[in-house]
Design a protein around this ligand. Sequence first.
Ligand code: ADP
Ligand code: MG
Length: 699
Amino acid sequence: MKDIPALFGSMVFNDQVMQERLPADTYQALMRTVENGRRLDPSVAAVVAGAMKDWAIEKGATHFTHWFQPMTGITAEKHDSFISPVPGGKVIMEFSGKELIKGESDASSFPSGGLRATFEARGYTAWDATSYAFIKDGTLCIPTAFCSYGGEALDKKTPLLRSMEVLGRQALRVLRLFGNEDVSLVRTTVGPEQEYFLIDKSMYDRRKDLINTGRTLFGARPSKGQELHDHYYGAIKSRVAAYMRDLDEELWKLGVLCKTEHNEGAPSQHEMAPIFTTANIAADHNQLTMEMMKKVAARHDLVCLLHEKPFAGVSGSGKHNNWSLTTDTGVNLLEPGDTPHENAQFLLFLCAVIKAVDEYQDMLRVSIASAGNDHRLGAAEAPPAVVSIFLGDELTAILESLENETAYDAKEKVQMRVGVHTLPRFPKDTTDRNRTSPFAFTGNKFEFRMLGSSQPVSEPNVVLNTAVAAALDEFATELEAAQDFNGALGALIRRVIRTHKRIIFNGNGYDEAWLAEAAARGLCNYPTTADCLPCYVLPKNIALFEKYGVYSETEMRSRYDIYLQNYAKVLHIEAHTMVSMTQKDIIPAALRYGRELAQTIVAKRTALPGLACADTEETLLKKVNALTDRLAGCLDTLRESLHRADEPGWTSQSLAEYYRDGVVPAMEALRTAADGLEVLVAKDLWPLPSYGDMLFSVR
Ligand code: ADP
Ligand code: MG
């Protein structure tokens, strides 16, 4: 038996290690930086760097890197060894405070959306002392933010840190209004549940589409899919169990709080949920989790697919972003309380979320937009592209009574009022049985379920934090000026419910009728990434993020451009992969099968000269022939559509729309023809492992 408590965090320069290894005054100075965002004294940094280096070398590290999260959506690292030459042709191991705090990198190939021209390609990485350094593959990794020469954020971490600070500040103002003086810090907490597929490596290696794009671009439906729901929570196969154990250990060493593992809805689909932690650390840990999921799979001759939709017709993978606010005194601000006073405070925070989600539903949609996620949203396996909030019947009834100042409990005939002692006990175990809602209250936290499995969690949390901060700011300003706090609070809550209740929906989000109702309520519905991205630069959204210093207008415009380009590039790669697979693998297989059939017909006729016809072979040959011709036609159409995309004159937005309207339909037509052939052609001639092979490959 391994000693898990000893293993946990063994590769992390965590609080315990710091207390052991740093002089007391250095440790305290560092904590002041971590907790209050104070600037770190260079002399303190030098001491921390020395201790970090000694610790890392003892653990076998030879290199260090500033570990950051550029706009690629994954992490980046550039390793430097600790060696430094000394006289006599020898080296010593060194790591300075300067190297810890700041890195300069010629990072001209990272997407910047025009923020950096190549002639000023320098980017800076700056130590984020709020997230512990760790050792991965013999390298000391220092979590850092990544900015341009002009100070603009070029990464996903910087805006998240900014948004957490903004939300913390506004939440504190609200707490003070309720007479709370002990809290000095409010943190955003996040627990991301991560879904993934595992398939056998030998299958993966034979699929160029999986290798190039992470998803299957071809593949006929298997005879068995997920119809029986026999995979969800099913017994975990031993090869998968060994993988999960290995993954847990690797992540535990890195301090990731892996907690729950189970089989998911689709065959070969699984999930890992960690225990929640501070948003910024949760975002770092989710990146590490995705990286380790892939690395550990390789050791087991498996491949971990994190794409949102690896297999058509089979549920895709998402990520559930559980989100709440916690004080440094350990109170969850979204936990209904025991007293009317506590519940009045809870209601105000709840109202802030309702207002924020309603006012910035477009930005929430944008924050989870990607070509991959477009396949999931609205496909009756994931929430629709329309953002709405699930509160549950009981909480909704409470809000309705508050809005109308009517009795909540018919028996007691108590009028619902805020501030006066007529609030009832709130339901504490609003277990959420609605899995179709994009944004659900689950008793003491909200669960944002629209995220795609491969996306970093930073962006949706930036939007959520900033939008909720804006609502709290408005509430605090209004209530701070009020003569009669209770009266003003009641009026404010009623007004918020009245104005924003359209965003609350407790029904079935997969239902077609909901889309019509949502439209009648005036809610946004952007089916694709190309549709929703323009919201990024709407004046109201730029105004929000600029006001709180989370994004500048320049940063937003650059991000808008990066996401548009990314969408077009993903579709470009997918379409070209389809062209090549069709030309080089699929058409040759169809022709080979056609020849085999033709030869059989001739051979049979020769062998049996009296034979009038060879029905089976002839019918099959005609079908294969017709479909092959159709496939070749579709291939030409797709090629032509791609030529147009290469012509000059597009803007990023018009090109994204062209891919959506001009290329995607051609890809779909090509796939239909190819999948039709797969059903006909002999298995030994078909060049690609089938859905059945892949989905049931791991035993
Ligand atoms: P589910 O039914 O969705 O699986 P769980 O109760 O298992 O719900 O919790 C899912 C995730 O929510 C876990 O990662 C958990 O750590 C996280 N979570 C729980 N409480 C909070 C909170 N206060 N803030 C953020 N995340 C939380
Ligand atoms: Mg969940």
